[in-house]
Design a binder for this molecule. Structure first.
Ligand SMILES: C[S@@+](CC[C@H](N)C(=O)[O-])C[C@H]1O[C@@H](n2cnc3c(N)ncnc32)[C@H](O)[C@@H]1O
Length: 195
């Protein structure tokens, strides 16, 4: 099966159609990210840089390393973000992460593309890339407890979200301390701290 091709020119319209609370999700990710006053940030699945831009605006001292599988989305991120504060790399989040250590690892609407074991494995590698006292901010689709709370269409091929409880358990297994920062219907923002 051909992989979904992300297009930065239609991305905002796609988000507006499929994830009506996308901008609220970005606001919550940016607030959770800024709360730790990080200066070194890794964004996994940075896409066209729209959420990273919000985070960098909130943190004028911070520098950000962004990873994404899509060359097209990265080209848009390059055009959007301050090149003095940003480094971008094409790559998959299943592959080894940049070494760090980072004050903050963030990921918005990307981790749900991994299956359960893939998420658990990623969370362990994120924990290793964080400095002690650092935090992981995950903003993503979740499988809600009440099926009536499903808003975003899921194909169960490229989109494989997990429940919030499963993800909290995998974060704890990665020896991070997770807390739900915000949840609304099938969206959640989790902050997971490393001791
Ligand atoms: C919904 S967009 C989110 C972009 C951005 N984080 C935001 O907040 O708007 C998902 C992004 O994840 C990237 N992506 C999906 N699976 C990936 C993977 N396994 N490794 C790296 N990037 C991936 C896609 O290329 C796309 O840019």
């Amino acid at each position: 099966m051909t992989e979904f091709k992300w297009d930065p020119d239609t991305y905002r319209a796609l988000m507006a159609e499929e994830i009506p609370d996308y901008t609220r999700l970005q606001t919550e990710v940016a607030a959770a990210a800024a709360a730790g006053h990080p200066t070194s940030i890794l964004d996994l699945g940075i896409g066209s840089g729209l959420t990273a831009q919000r985070v960098l605006e909130a943190l004028p001292e911070a520098e950000l390393f962004g990873v994404d599988a899509s060359a097209e989305m990265l080209a848009a991120a390059e055009a959007t973000l301050d090149s003095e504060r940003t480094e971008l790399r094409q790559g998959r989040i299943e592959d080894p992460l940049p070494q760090g250590p980072f004050d903050l690892v963030m990921s918005t609407l990307t981790v749900h593309h991994l299956d359960g074991p893939g998420k658990a494995d990623l969370f362990a590698r994120i924990a290793a890339a964080l400095r002690p006292g650092g935090r992981f901010v995950l903003g993503d689709l979740v499988v809600p407890v009440d099926p009536a709370d499903v808003v975003t269409p899921i194909d169960w091929v490229e989109d494989t979200p997990s429940s919030l409880d499963e993800q909290l358990a995998w974060l704890a297994e990665a020896v991070l301390t997770p807390q739900v920062h915000w949840q609304h219907r099938d969206l959640a923002v989790v902050v997971a701290e490393k001791d």
